[in-house]
Design a binder for this molecule. Structure first.
Ligand code: SF4
Length: 321
Protein backbone atom coordinates (compact mmCIF):
# COMPACT_ATOMS: atom_id res chain seq x y z
CA UNK A 1 0.00 0.00 0.00
CA UNK A 2 1.28 3.49 -0.82
CA UNK A 3 -0.13 6.99 -0.62
CA UNK A 4 0.22 8.89 -3.89
CA UNK A 5 1.14 12.52 -3.20
CA UNK A 6 -0.93 14.95 -5.25
CA UNK A 7 0.45 18.26 -3.99
CA UNK A 8 3.05 19.45 -1.47
CA UNK A 9 2.39 22.57 0.58
CA UNK A 10 5.07 25.22 -0.16
CA UNK A 11 7.23 25.88 2.91
CA UNK A 12 6.00 22.74 4.71
CA UNK A 13 8.40 20.12 6.17
CA UNK A 14 7.57 17.82 3.22
CA UNK A 15 8.59 20.59 0.81
CA UNK A 16 11.71 21.38 2.82
CA UNK A 17 12.89 17.75 2.83
CA UNK A 18 12.19 17.21 -0.86
CA UNK A 19 8.89 15.30 -1.13
CA UNK A 20 7.45 15.81 -4.63
CA UNK A 21 4.02 15.39 -6.26
CA UNK A 22 3.87 11.88 -7.73
CA UNK A 23 5.91 10.36 -4.89
CA UNK A 24 4.39 7.31 -3.24
CA UNK A 25 4.68 7.36 0.56
CA UNK A 26 5.33 3.83 1.84
CA UNK A 27 5.99 4.15 5.55
CA UNK A 28 6.69 6.65 8.33
CA UNK A 29 8.80 5.63 11.29
CA UNK A 30 8.68 2.04 10.02
CA UNK A 31 4.86 1.98 10.00
CA UNK A 32 3.17 1.15 6.68
CA UNK A 33 0.85 3.90 5.43
CA UNK A 34 -2.56 2.69 4.24
CA UNK A 35 -4.64 5.87 4.42
CA UNK A 36 -5.04 9.34 5.87
CA UNK A 37 -5.38 8.08 9.45
CA UNK A 38 -2.01 6.32 9.24
CA UNK A 39 -0.48 9.37 7.58
CA UNK A 40 -1.72 11.80 10.26
CA UNK A 41 -0.88 9.45 13.13
CA UNK A 42 2.60 8.36 12.09
CA UNK A 43 3.81 11.73 10.77
CA UNK A 44 2.90 13.60 13.96
CA UNK A 45 6.30 12.92 15.54
CA UNK A 46 9.07 15.53 15.66
CA UNK A 47 11.54 13.19 13.91
CA UNK A 48 11.00 10.08 11.79
CA UNK A 49 12.20 8.32 8.66
CA UNK A 50 9.89 8.66 5.66
CA UNK A 51 10.21 5.86 3.10
CA UNK A 52 8.91 6.78 -0.34
CA UNK A 53 9.05 5.50 -3.88
CA UNK A 54 9.93 7.86 -6.75
CA UNK A 55 10.02 6.63 -10.34
CA UNK A 56 10.32 3.05 -9.09
CA UNK A 57 13.20 3.75 -6.69
CA UNK A 58 12.92 3.73 -2.92
CA UNK A 59 14.31 6.65 -0.94
CA UNK A 60 14.44 7.40 2.77
CA UNK A 61 14.08 10.98 3.99
CA UNK A 62 15.03 11.91 7.56
CA UNK A 63 12.27 14.34 8.57
CA UNK A 64 12.58 16.73 11.50
CA UNK A 65 9.86 19.23 12.39
CA UNK A 66 7.75 20.45 15.30
CA UNK A 67 5.72 17.69 16.95
CA UNK A 68 2.19 17.65 15.44
CA UNK A 69 3.24 20.13 12.74
CA UNK A 70 1.52 18.95 9.52
CA UNK A 71 3.96 17.28 7.16
CA UNK A 72 2.35 19.11 4.25
CA UNK A 73 1.30 16.44 1.70
CA UNK A 74 -2.10 16.33 0.04
CA UNK A 75 -3.69 13.37 -1.73
CA UNK A 76 -6.28 12.76 -4.43
CA UNK A 77 -9.04 11.92 -1.90
CA UNK A 78 -9.58 13.01 1.70
CA UNK A 79 -8.97 9.42 2.91
CA UNK A 80 -5.94 9.03 0.61
CA UNK A 81 -7.63 5.73 -0.16
CA UNK A 82 -10.86 4.39 -1.64
CA UNK A 83 -13.93 4.31 0.60
CA UNK A 84 -14.79 0.83 1.95
CA UNK A 85 -18.13 -0.45 0.70
CA UNK A 86 -20.32 -2.75 2.76
CA UNK A 87 -20.45 -6.53 2.36
CA UNK A 88 -24.00 -6.79 3.64
CA UNK A 89 -27.45 -7.11 2.13
CA UNK A 90 -29.53 -5.89 5.05
CA UNK A 91 -33.22 -6.74 4.92
CA UNK A 92 -34.01 -3.09 5.76
CA UNK A 93 -31.31 -1.43 3.61
CA UNK A 94 -32.37 2.14 2.92
CA UNK A 95 -30.24 2.38 -0.20
CA UNK A 96 -32.00 -0.61 -1.77
CA UNK A 97 -35.22 1.33 -1.23
CA UNK A 98 -34.22 4.44 -3.14
CA UNK A 99 -36.03 5.29 -6.35
CA UNK A 100 -34.02 5.18 -9.56
CA UNK A 101 -32.54 8.26 -11.17
CA UNK A 102 -30.95 10.01 -8.18
CA UNK A 103 -27.31 11.12 -8.16
CA UNK A 104 -24.79 8.26 -8.16
CA UNK A 105 -23.27 9.00 -4.75
CA UNK A 106 -26.59 8.21 -3.03
CA UNK A 107 -26.36 4.59 -4.20
CA UNK A 108 -22.90 3.98 -2.73
CA UNK A 109 -23.11 1.65 0.29
CA UNK A 110 -20.26 2.73 2.52
CA UNK A 111 -19.25 0.77 5.62
CA UNK A 112 -15.99 2.41 6.57
CA UNK A 113 -14.58 2.77 10.09
CA UNK A 114 -12.54 5.81 8.97
CA UNK A 115 -15.78 7.58 8.08
CA UNK A 116 -17.26 6.56 11.41
CA UNK A 117 -14.44 8.32 13.22
CA UNK A 118 -14.17 11.32 10.90
CA UNK A 119 -17.82 11.84 9.89
CA UNK A 120 -19.97 9.99 12.40
CA UNK A 121 -21.20 7.29 9.99
CA UNK A 122 -22.34 4.01 11.50
CA UNK A 123 -20.45 0.81 10.65
CA UNK A 124 -21.39 -2.86 10.98
CA UNK A 125 -17.80 -4.16 11.53
CA UNK A 126 -18.53 -7.07 9.14
CA UNK A 127 -15.87 -6.02 6.60
CA UNK A 128 -13.08 -5.25 9.07
CA UNK A 129 -9.75 -7.02 8.76
CA UNK A 130 -7.77 -8.03 11.83
CA UNK A 131 -5.33 -5.20 11.05
CA UNK A 132 -8.12 -2.63 10.95
CA UNK A 133 -9.63 -3.83 14.23
CA UNK A 134 -6.21 -3.72 15.83
CA UNK A 135 -5.62 -0.22 14.49
CA UNK A 136 -8.77 1.08 16.20
CA UNK A 137 -7.26 -0.10 19.49
CA UNK A 138 -3.69 1.01 18.76
CA UNK A 139 -4.66 4.51 17.64
CA UNK A 140 -7.55 4.63 20.09
CA UNK A 141 -10.01 5.62 17.36
CA UNK A 142 -12.86 6.63 19.62
CA UNK A 143 -15.79 7.03 19.61
CA UNK A 144 -16.86 4.58 16.97
CA UNK A 145 -20.48 4.31 15.88
CA UNK A 146 -21.68 0.74 15.45
CA UNK A 147 -24.81 -0.58 13.75
CA UNK A 148 -25.58 -3.47 16.10
CA UNK A 149 -29.26 -4.24 15.33
CA UNK A 150 -29.11 -7.46 17.38
CA UNK A 151 -26.51 -9.36 19.38
CA UNK A 152 -28.08 -12.73 18.52
CA UNK A 153 -25.46 -14.19 16.12
CA UNK A 154 -27.87 -16.21 13.96
CA UNK A 155 -30.38 -13.38 13.74
CA UNK A 156 -27.73 -10.80 12.83
CA UNK A 157 -26.40 -13.09 10.09
CA UNK A 158 -29.95 -13.28 8.74
CA UNK A 159 -30.72 -9.57 9.06
CA UNK A 160 -27.49 -8.49 7.38
CA UNK A 161 -27.35 -11.50 5.02
CA UNK A 162 -23.68 -11.85 5.89
CA UNK A 163 -22.17 -14.93 7.50
CA UNK A 164 -19.52 -12.77 9.17
CA UNK A 165 -22.13 -10.73 11.03
CA UNK A 166 -22.49 -13.05 14.01
CA UNK A 167 -19.37 -11.94 15.87
CA UNK A 168 -20.70 -8.55 16.90
CA UNK A 169 -20.89 -9.08 20.65
CA UNK A 170 -17.31 -10.36 20.78
CA UNK A 171 -16.21 -7.36 18.70
CA UNK A 172 -17.98 -4.91 21.00
CA UNK A 173 -16.48 -6.60 24.05
CA UNK A 174 -12.98 -6.41 22.51
CA UNK A 175 -13.39 -2.71 21.73
CA UNK A 176 -14.75 -2.01 25.21
CA UNK A 177 -11.82 -3.88 26.77
CA UNK A 178 -9.49 -1.61 24.79
CA UNK A 179 -11.24 1.47 26.21
CA UNK A 180 -12.98 2.42 22.96
CA UNK A 181 -16.14 4.49 23.41
CA UNK A 182 -19.09 3.37 21.26
CA UNK A 183 -22.47 4.62 20.10
CA UNK A 184 -24.78 1.74 19.21
CA UNK A 185 -27.62 1.78 16.73
CA UNK A 186 -30.47 -0.72 16.53
CA UNK A 187 -32.62 -0.61 13.39
CA UNK A 188 -35.73 -2.32 14.68
CA UNK A 189 -37.75 -4.45 12.28
CA UNK A 190 -41.21 -5.49 13.36
CA UNK A 191 -41.38 -9.15 14.37
CA UNK A 192 -37.67 -9.67 13.66
CA UNK A 193 -35.41 -8.07 16.29
CA UNK A 194 -37.96 -6.46 18.60
CA UNK A 195 -39.77 -8.08 21.57
CA UNK A 196 -37.69 -10.81 23.26
CA UNK A 197 -34.84 -10.28 20.78
CA UNK A 198 -34.63 -6.59 21.67
CA UNK A 199 -34.48 -7.53 25.35
CA UNK A 200 -31.67 -9.99 24.63
CA UNK A 201 -29.71 -7.31 22.76
CA UNK A 202 -30.14 -4.74 25.52
CA UNK A 203 -29.23 -7.34 28.16
CA UNK A 204 -26.01 -7.99 26.23
CA UNK A 205 -25.20 -4.29 25.83
CA UNK A 206 -25.94 -3.16 29.39
CA UNK A 207 -22.80 -4.85 30.88
CA UNK A 208 -20.73 -2.76 28.42
CA UNK A 209 -22.40 0.47 29.56
CA UNK A 210 -19.15 2.00 30.78
CA UNK A 211 -18.00 2.18 27.16
CA UNK A 212 -21.31 2.76 25.40
CA UNK A 213 -22.30 6.42 25.21
CA UNK A 214 -25.66 5.85 23.59
CA UNK A 215 -28.03 3.22 22.26
CA UNK A 216 -30.35 4.58 19.59
CA UNK A 217 -33.25 2.42 18.47
CA UNK A 218 -34.88 3.47 15.21
CA UNK A 219 -37.71 1.77 13.33
CA UNK A 220 -36.71 0.49 9.90
CA UNK A 221 -37.70 3.14 7.40
CA UNK A 222 -39.79 1.68 4.60
CA UNK A 223 -40.38 3.34 1.27
CA UNK A 224 -42.63 2.52 -1.67
CA UNK A 225 -39.61 1.17 -3.57
CA UNK A 226 -39.32 -2.30 -2.01
CA UNK A 227 -40.18 -4.51 -4.93
CA UNK A 228 -38.37 -7.85 -4.60
CA UNK A 229 -36.97 -7.00 -1.16
CA UNK A 230 -37.52 -8.81 2.16
CA UNK A 231 -41.12 -8.45 3.26
CA UNK A 232 -41.06 -6.21 6.33
CA UNK A 233 -44.19 -5.24 8.21
CA UNK A 234 -44.86 -1.61 9.02
CA UNK A 235 -45.17 -0.75 12.71
CA UNK A 236 -48.60 0.33 13.83
CA UNK A 237 -49.31 2.36 16.93
CA UNK A 238 -49.75 -0.71 19.15
CA UNK A 239 -46.61 -2.60 18.08
CA UNK A 240 -44.57 0.60 18.22
CA UNK A 241 -45.82 1.24 21.76
CA UNK A 242 -44.79 -2.29 22.82
CA UNK A 243 -41.26 -1.68 21.56
CA UNK A 244 -41.08 1.71 23.22
CA UNK A 245 -42.23 0.15 26.49
CA UNK A 246 -39.19 -2.15 26.39
CA UNK A 247 -36.84 0.75 25.66
CA UNK A 248 -38.37 2.85 28.42
CA UNK A 249 -38.14 -0.04 30.86
CA UNK A 250 -34.42 -0.43 30.18
CA UNK A 251 -33.94 3.33 30.32
CA UNK A 252 -35.66 3.52 33.71
CA UNK A 253 -33.63 0.58 35.05
CA UNK A 254 -30.47 2.19 33.79
CA UNK A 255 -31.29 5.43 35.58
CA UNK A 256 -31.64 3.50 38.84
CA UNK A 257 -28.55 1.34 38.30
CA UNK A 258 -25.88 3.79 37.29
CA UNK A 259 -24.54 6.69 39.25
CA UNK A 260 -25.08 9.20 36.46
CA UNK A 261 -28.17 7.52 35.05
CA UNK A 262 -29.20 7.34 31.44
CA UNK A 263 -32.27 8.80 29.88
CA UNK A 264 -34.61 8.08 27.01
CA UNK A 265 -33.88 10.65 24.37
CA UNK A 266 -34.33 11.35 20.70
CA UNK A 267 -35.75 8.44 18.76
CA UNK A 268 -36.41 6.44 21.89
CA UNK A 269 -32.69 5.96 22.23
CA UNK A 270 -31.00 5.52 25.57
CA UNK A 271 -28.41 8.26 26.03
CA UNK A 272 -26.32 9.34 28.95
CA UNK A 273 -27.18 12.82 30.26
CA UNK A 274 -24.35 15.24 29.63
CA UNK A 275 -23.13 13.31 26.59
CA UNK A 276 -24.04 15.21 23.46
CA UNK A 277 -25.64 13.02 20.85
CA UNK A 278 -22.94 12.72 18.21
CA UNK A 279 -25.45 11.66 15.62
CA UNK A 280 -27.43 14.85 16.02
CA UNK A 281 -24.32 17.02 15.94
CA UNK A 282 -22.91 15.31 12.87
CA UNK A 283 -26.21 15.38 11.07
CA UNK A 284 -26.39 19.14 11.53
CA UNK A 285 -22.88 19.92 10.41
CA UNK A 286 -22.03 17.21 7.90
CA UNK A 287 -23.61 16.41 4.57
CA UNK A 288 -23.93 12.70 5.36
CA UNK A 289 -27.03 11.16 3.87
CA UNK A 290 -26.52 8.00 5.87
CA UNK A 291 -26.29 9.81 9.19
CA UNK A 292 -29.15 12.10 8.27
CA UNK A 293 -31.35 9.11 7.58
CA UNK A 294 -30.61 7.56 10.94
CA UNK A 295 -31.14 10.81 12.80
CA UNK A 296 -34.09 12.07 10.83
CA UNK A 297 -36.65 11.47 13.55
CA UNK A 298 -34.45 12.93 16.27
CA UNK A 299 -33.70 16.07 14.32
CA UNK A 300 -37.32 16.49 13.44
CA UNK A 301 -38.34 16.09 17.06
CA UNK A 302 -35.97 18.84 18.04
CA UNK A 303 -37.25 21.28 15.50
CA UNK A 304 -40.81 20.33 14.92
CA UNK A 305 -43.52 19.18 17.30
CA UNK A 306 -45.81 17.85 14.58
CA UNK A 307 -46.65 14.16 14.77
CA UNK A 308 -47.34 14.02 11.06
CA UNK A 309 -43.98 15.52 10.13
CA UNK A 310 -42.15 13.12 12.39
CA UNK A 311 -43.84 9.99 11.11
CA UNK A 312 -43.40 11.14 7.54
CA UNK A 313 -39.66 11.48 8.06
CA UNK A 314 -39.41 8.03 9.62
CA UNK A 315 -41.08 6.35 6.71
CA UNK A 316 -44.47 4.95 7.56
CA UNK A 317 -43.57 3.67 11.00
CA UNK A 318 -45.72 5.27 13.69
CA UNK A 319 -43.73 5.58 16.88
CA UNK A 320 -45.15 6.96 20.09
CA UNK A 321 -43.12 9.97 21.36
S1 SF4 B 1 -28.17 -0.84 5.50
FE1 SF4 B 1 -26.05 -0.12 5.40
S2 SF4 B 1 -24.80 -1.90 5.96
FE2 SF4 B 1 -26.85 -2.66 5.41
S3 SF4 B 1 -26.71 -3.20 3.24
FE3 SF4 B 1 -27.48 -1.10 3.35
S4 SF4 B 1 -25.66 0.19 3.22
FE4 SF4 B 1 -24.95 -1.87 3.71
Amino acid sequence: MALLVKTVEPGSPAHKFGVQPGDELLSAGGNALYDMLDYEFYTASAAFELLLCRSGEKQTLHITKEEYEPLGCDFATYLADKKHSCDNHCMFCFIDQLPKGLRDTLYFKDDDERLSFLYGNYVTLTNMSEREMQRIKTMHISPINVSVHTTNPELRVRMLANKKAGQILQQLQDLAAAGIEMNCQLVVCRGVNDGAELRRTLDDLVPLAEHISSIAAVPAGLTDYRKGLYKLTVYDRESAAETLDILEEYGENAKKSWEHGWCIRGMSGICRPGVNCLRVIFTRILPSWKTAWGCGGCITMNFCRSWHARTALCGRAAWKW
